[in-house]
Design a protein around this ligand. Structure first.
Ligand code: IMO
Ligand code: MG
Length: 420
């Protein structure tokens, strides 16, 4: 069987949580393969809402197993909080539904402090990180200093923790960052004990064994334009958010990839710093933020909003080999007179249809305009109910991107989904 992958194609917050939850019905196993609690995946069903950070979005499906893969960075404290919240609200036996890769790296409290220290030191040039310790943890992974989930079973784990923490304390002192690096030690160790209640697995063997008989859905976090290699570096996250990340982050080979579902919103948003060619600073941007409730699920920050950028989207489709597109929040554009999509750029004065290398280039969007549909899409459940203007708009996008739009979401709830 295949590993199907769901990816965000923009700057994150495309609606991955909802779609994984909708698709999870067809998959006995859902896996996260990169990122950490910088993610905030929102799910709405049966009148309840949840924001998932490290837990895969299959957690609410009774017979689904959820894997926290080796490409993930796991913060035991946040993870325990997330599990406790779900158990308290739903009674779901989380320890039975989640398995954790031994090779996933641990986020220490001092990784979070380093994240804050780095951002403070960068002043105006800061990334706008979620301050969850993501960058420093992946830094330790690559520089071969990190601690992994499987290490918690070692008899000398406490010493290894202290050793890494001391490294961090030296760095924090060098940076002149005022903090109490030991403030969360006890809570961390308690959360580490909590991790021991889960099945800790050799993810690559575990996943490959499942794939002999069953399909797996891999849930991406963040978005393609935040990819460490192909995003708008340095304004990116520290992991591979494109399809290749699913292979590395779970231990599967590329031949095992099946569908690559690419999710995008009918407009764009971004939190944190960095280029955003179609960003709107006017009333229209405000209107999109208001209608789309575009405030961070993790940080509460107002998200930057703008028109759909097809140049960036086509780039993301190319990098990940997207086979099926999924369009979210179409209904948020219901009331607009005119709807714009960016179909090329003027980069430093020259026309271009490519995402530019230079993060600091002057990128001006060139728009194609569409007539608004002035119809409440939230009640549509079939293709036939969609207004003609909307269908024309979709047909244009499919033509431009060369990939079919297979799912259209017209509201946050599981039910507000049109399968084509
Ligand atoms: P989901 O999975 C949107 C952004 C941050 C910042 C940059 C680096 O919900 O789509 P980091 O904390 O990763 O070092 O921050 O990446 N960022 C996200 N933006 N959605 C996310 O996750 C994000 N995770 C990180 O705002 O600009
Ligand atoms: Mg989010």
């Amino acid at each position: 069987m295949k590993l199907d992958v769901v990816l965000g194609l923009q700057w994150g917050d495309e609606g991955k949580g909802k779609i994984v939850d909708v698709l999870a019905n067809n998959y006995p196993v859902v896996a996260r393969f990169q990122g950490g609690p910088n993610a905030g995946h929102s799910l709405h069903f049966d009148g309840k809402s949840f924001v998932l950070r490290s837990i895969p979005s299959g957690i609410f499906r009774e017979d689904a197993k959820n894997i926290v893969g080796n490409g993930v960075v796991l913060d035991p404290i946040t993870f325990k909080g997330e599990c406790d919240n779900i158990s308290a609200k739903t009674g779901i036996p989380v320890t039975k539904r989640i398995v954790i890769a031994k090779k996933a790296h641990l986020i220490l409290p001092t990784h979070r402090l380093l994240d804050a220290a780095n951002e403070a030191a960068m002043g105006k040039g800061k990334i706008g990180s979620t301050l969850k310790g993501i960058g420093p943890t992946y830094t330790d992974k690559i520089s071969r200093h990190g601690l992994r989930v499987g290490d918690i079973l070692a008899p000398d784990f406490a010493e290894r923790y202290a050793k890494l923490q001391n490294r961090h304390i030296t760095l924090l002192k060098q940076m002149g960052f005022e903090c109490d690096p030991h403030a969360e030690d006890a809570e961390f160790m308690e959360a580490v004990d909590f991790l021991k209640k889960f099945e800790l697995v050799d993810c690559e063997y575990y996943v490959n064994e499942i794939l002999k008989t069953k399909g797996i859905l891999a849930e991406g976090a963040q978005g393609s334009m935040l990819d460490i290699d192909y995003g708008s570096y340095p304004f990116v996250t520290s992991s591979t958010t494109s399809c290749a990340g699913a292979c590395v982050g779970l231990g599967v080979n590329p031949h095992q990839i099946g569908h690559v579902y690419g999710i995008f919103k009918a407009y764009c948003t971004r939190v944190g710093s960095g280029p955003f060619p179609t960003e709107l600073f006017d009333e229209t941007g405000e209107e999109i933020r208001r209608i789309g409730h575009e405030f961070g699920a993790v940080t509460g920050r107002p998200r930057r909003c703008g028109w759909l950028d097809l140049v960036a989207l086509k780039y993301a489709v190319m990098i990940s080999g997207v086979t099926d597109l999924i369009m979210m929040k179409s209904d948020c554009l219901d009331t607009f007179e005119t709807i714009k999509v960016c179909t090329s750029y003027i980069v430093d004065g020259k026309p271009s249809d490519q995402w530019p290398f230079d993060t600091f280039a002057d990128i001006q969007p060139v728009y194609t305009e569409f007539k608004g549909w002035h119809t409440d899409l939230t009640h549509c459940r079939t293709e036939e109910e969609l207004p003609q203007e909307f269908r024309d708009y979709i047909a244009f996008m499919e033509q431009y991107l060369g990939v079919p739009i297979k799912i259209i979401s017209v509201g946050p709830d599981r039910e507000a989904t049109i399968m084509r």
